[in-house]
Design a protein around this ligand. Sequence first.
Ligand SMILES: [Zn+2]
Length: 315
Amino acid sequence: MSLRASVLAVDVGGTSLKGAVVGDDGRFLYQQMVPLGGERGEAIFERLRDLLDRLRQEAALRGRPAGAAAVITPGMDDRGSVMFASNLGWRDMALRDRLENHLSLPVATGHDVRTAGAAEARFGAARGARDFAMVMLGTGIAAALFANGQPIAGARSMGGEFGHMPVIPGGELCPCGQRGCLEVYGSAGGIVRRYRAAGGDPSLTAAEIAGAVGTDARAGKVWREAVAALGQGLVILTMLLDPALFVIGGGLAEAGEILLVPLRDALRAGLLWRAPPPLAVSTLGGSGALLGAAALGFERIGLGASVEEWGGGME
Ligand SMILES: [Zn+2]
């Protein structure tokens, strides 16, 4: 395998596919985002296949032929299949086999949030931490739990569904069918929906609602309830896992101190007899998941040694 190889990395989400051609030095040589407009099931697979074909052409144009592809998704198990991913409409999707057949290239697969968490541990905010949780606050909420340096996937790869922990018993209905789930209150999607339901300006994003807390009573109430629910969830994780830190990622993390200051207060208030773990914002941001995916791809083709050197080159 040439040292000038690249990996075609794709992060599959419910609203977009994010792709990159990543060199063996960890640099992104080309990036492309494909928005999804309500496609589900097989239609998303077709968009993914087309994106990988395009990335492969871009890699070749740059003289960095693809040695592997690496695709991360929600619900991915350790055998390259997605048992169930509600927001993709995928059920028993044998993704790795299908993509290897199409591309005639080795394909690495991973769970999206656990891959992003592993990247933070290797190259980002959780560097050196063996026990930590990566918490993604986006349209929904998910977490990746790491214990003794290893991600906890669970018996059926369904671990880390932090957003569907029922933090408010008998609370508001979640689209999953349960009541009082954390993401009903604490996700960006939940904050926007609850603010609109309270009669707030329907054009505001979650970050804008957070910014209006001092001047808009509806925003203040929805935001306080979001922070209280998130704090309750982190208190429970702290008691279970005793993490060295929490890394907060996803779109809502961009609210920065507006989120972190009250969340630290909520964590302190909920943990009376032990010190709360520190909260850190992801330093890799949206690139973390793709970087982690690319690492899986290089490892799949025996180039893991070059991945070991990426840490030194990242800020
Ligand atoms: Zn739920």
